[in-house]
Write a protein of this length. Sequence first.
Length: 635
Amino acid sequence: MRLPSRLPRPLATLLCVLALLLVANAQVNVTTYHNDNSRTGQNTQETVLTTSNVGPSTFGKFFWVPVDGQVYAQPLVLSNVNIGGGTHNVVYVATENDSVYAIDADKGTIYWHRQLLYNGGRPIPVGAFGFNSNITPQYGITGTPVIDATTNTLYVVASSEESGPLAVHRLHTLDTITGNDKTGAYWIVVGGSYAGVTFDPSKQFNRPGLLLSGTHVIVAFGQHSNSSAYGWLFSYNKSNLALEAVFNTNPGTAAGSIWMSGNGVAADSSGNLYYATGDGPWNGSNWFGDTILKMGPPSNGTFPLLDYFTPWNQSALEEDVDLGSGGVLLLPDLPAGSKHQHLLTQAGKDGTIHLVDRDNMGKFCSTCAFDTNIVQELPHALLGLWGSPAYWNNNVYFASGNDAGASDTLKAYSLNAGGSGVLSTTPTSQTPETFSFSQPTPAVSSNGTTNGIVWALDNSSYGSSCCAVLHAYNATNLGVELYNSSADSGESTGAVKFSVPTVANGKVYVGGNGWLTAFGLVTTASISPTSIGFGNVYQTDPPRYRTATLSNTGTRTLNIYSIRFQVGLPYSVSSTTCGSTLSAGNSCTITVEFSPADAAPGKNLDTLIVADNPNTGYQKVPLSGTLSCPPGGCL
């Protein structure tokens, strides 16, 4: 902070101190998919997590909260919300059970939960209306909601099967503080017509994240199967949900899906929209399969088509090698005087990276053997992209792989090195690990241009009961892994295809199969004993009560927000004398009721978790003992 020289020195010093305090206490909101309307995936105001303190002994699972379905949508965060009788940071989670949760972002307390079903409806089950098994066992909320922090409004599309049977997609407005419907037009049934084609809700689904651009809520739809996969774009007025515009990417062809593996439609500062389409024919007039489209803000009931880019091999891409598997990233402006100041980048299933001038996108080159009509093309630089790239500090990060079983690394490319105006032709760094389908969509945290960390979820075990693995890499050198969660056991999250981590205010939030998991800085040296021996519990025992004593052997008071166990032998905490605080030198007790008949022999008692102050972390206390068979044998 630079101060005028005429200020008295004490006043200047005071202002500098105040400015530093404001920066140190800054809180971040994440209100849309990949953090901003450019879809960069970066949070450059992260002052807690650094490349020095994110590591296996200092960082780990902080809390986990069960939710009622799979979490495909990216968790969103609001800071300093007046909720629950105080001011709290809140993480908002949407599930495929048509539910939205508001959860304390530091403690895991659920403030409210809404299930958005009407007329006896239910989430759409696999098989209904031809919905395939890409999302099982049901489809409810898939596209990431968007939040208007100025009006405390969360916009979300919930899909359901109602009597008839009918498929219905409703755009809802929820109050972020109460979870109640906003007054006035609090929901609308999505629908409309374009060029003689009427939106059929039984054949479409909302995969892309929602976009709030000015006064417009933009909602895109694509395929739920390999037929009738129209791409639809809708705009609704954010205040009254009045339908403002409709567009169909390929009217009359049932093609041109908008899905982008969950990435949202992007918008620039003028409100122009950018997105990529999937399989479908192209004619440059009204059919735009396998194309990046630039459209103006809604006008006269539709979106003006301003420009587009279609790869030279579009006809080959149409055979399920679609461009639209990857999302569009609007890159920050290059310096004034640059030949191409406004760029975007994108890749699809064939792994070719495109760098496109947003002011002159190149359209289609019918005589090209590769795309000389755009700023840069890196043919097959990736095995393929299902997801979106991320940007930070003149670096672009792409995950690589394909859905045929091949795996590849997460790669960094430099942008505009030496004023080149283009991407490096080869990666500047890459991860030591390779990733199988579905590859990560990376996110980046930093404090300005320092302490850059690339976060990536390995979701390759999706469809099983096991686990997403969170990786953290040094953003300046992806060859340096700072942390991965594979050794950090707990009530973690089953992997969900294409899910994205959210980083805000010193925490990393991961949605998965029935859980929200939060990661953060952890502490260890306050609770004793270091382990508690409960002994063996026989399978034929009735419920057995065991008591443990916890002592605070540290020098500071512990703020105990919760006492819980990782998944193991069935249990419940029947009583505790541990209150919300435990002062230094004092002890408290907990009594645990085990239910051995409900578990398989050999099950470990696992680990007791004592959650300390969320700014300093939690402590794990290992418990010794297993569930054993009695002398007469197991049941």
